[in-house]
Design a binder for this molecule. Structure first.
Ligand code: MN
Length: 227
């Protein structure tokens, strides 16, 4: 291919225990997927169908550092499990959905809550609150051939050693197969698509110097420092 400018390198995630990388195509994030978190954000979890927003592939960041972003005084943590797809399609059946999952990891859906709140109030898109540079600190991916498919087990976040979020994957309102089926009914999914699967209750504001430890049973922990 004869590009007129040098293309940016492919966004990717390391694969744990190997020298291989997973090429990232798109990053979908489900909103309000744990009932207690929906309630803490002021919503009734029983009445709402799933909804998704996107981050950018290059927002994923395995450096272990999260630079406090500009233009915000209220940057929240959200611990989430991520699922990465090795194949895609349209109208994927729930029963077939997990056959498309390459593996799993842990991510933080970092959020400029003040800017997201303004966007919500004005009926504007959420990108300014959600899709900023390095907004998704995360781990390497672990292949599902090693972990099995993860549908239950603890998901928690410690901030400076204090447990701030504490849930179980089984509390997801929309399971991962349901999320894949729903997304694929609206978009053709592709190999390389990554889904952030929602956060349990306990989101709050971080500050420079905070140390995050994120955990999902069956995966290596996520360790991130806010700089
Ligand atoms: Mn989130």
């Amino acid at each position: 291919m004869n590009f007129v400018i040098p293309p940016r390198p492919q966004a990717s995630l390391p694969v744990a225990g190997s020298d291989k990388h997973f090429p990232v195509n798109r990053v979908y994030c489900v909103g309000r997927n744990y009932a207690e978190h929906a309630r803490e954000m002021g919503h009734d979890p029983d009445r709402e169908p799933p909804f998704f927003f996107q981050k950018n592939p290059h927002n994923l960041d395995t450096s272990g550092e999260f630079p406090y972003p500009v233009k915000s005084q209220d940057v929240h943590w959200e611990i989430e499990m991520m699922a990465a797809l090795k194949s895609g399609g349209k109208d994927i059946a729930e029963a077939d959905a997990l056959n498309h999952v390459f593996g799993y990891g842990i991510a933080l859906d970092m959020t400029r809550r003040d800017l997201q709140g303004e966007a919500k109030k004005m009926g504007r898109p959420w990108e300014i609150g959600k899709a900023f540079d390095r907004s998704a600190p995360c781990t390497s991916l672990v292949p599902a051939t090693e972990t099995g498919h993860l549908a239950k087990g603890a998901i928690w976040l410690d901030v400076n050693g204090d447990r701030k979020q504490d849930g179980d994957l089984a509390q997801m309102i929309w399971s991962i197969p349901e999320q894949i089926a729903y997304l694929s009914s609206h978009f053709e999914l592709h190999a390389g698509d990554v889904i952030l699967t929602g956060t349990p209750a306990g989101v709050s504001a971080c500050k420079r110097g905070d140390k995050f430890t994120g955990h999902v049973d069956g995966l290596p922990d996520l360790n991130v420092t806010v700089i």
